[in-house]
Design a protein around this ligand. Structure first.
Ligand SMILES: [Zn+2]
Length: 163
């Protein structure tokens, strides 16, 4: 995970972060440059490589975006890598800055979002960042493809949050 972190932020940064906290964040909410520029810069710093230019000929395969703690992210599919990156809303493509995605020939994956992503975001934003269900399970603002919007709404009802 590339974490730009909350340390060493100035007052204006803190205000900006507070203003964007009540949404599910995309890469664009954290960095001011397109994903291909961000990946190129970061991959060069982390492993000294550069991804190919982001164009159709340099894409292969798909990865699913998931939500982790109020962030749309992509987990690197490379079984030898534990990397993850914020998912891009504007340019939904992923190439891992931690490993260069050798399992995908170093090419860009297309990032797939669920069709009901807005409903998922609304259900998650209705709840606190962490809450405990009756059975003791902790739930938060996370989603993976195994969950439906109805699942999230049902959890919210259990937390006393109506729809
Ligand atoms: Zn990786």
């Amino acid at each position: 995970m590339v974490d730009l972190g909350l340390c060493n932020v100035g007052y204006n940064d803190e205000v900006r972060l507070l203003m964007v906290m009540d949404k599910i964040l995309y890469l664009e909410d954290r960095v001011g440059i397109p994903v291909n520029e961000f990946v190129t810069m970061t991959m060069h710093m982390t492993i000294g490589l550069s991804p190919p230019r982001l164009e159709l000929a340099n894409t292969a395969g798909e990865v699913q975006a998931v939500i982790d703690d109020s962030r749309w992210i992509v987990h690197c599919p490379n079984p030898m890598c534990n990397g993850a990156l914020y998912a891009s809303r504007d340019l939904p493509f992923f190439c891992c800055v931690d490993c260069g995605s050798p399992e995908n020939g170093g090419l860009w994956y297309k990032v797939v979002y669920p069709q009901d992503s807005t409903a998922i975001e609304i259900a998650l934003l209705a709840r606190p960042r962490v809450a405990k269900l009756k059975d003791g399970r902790l739930v938060g603002r996370g989603w993976d493809p195994g969950q439906t919007v109805d699942d999230l709404v049902q959890e919210n009802r259990e937390l006393g949050i109506g729809d």
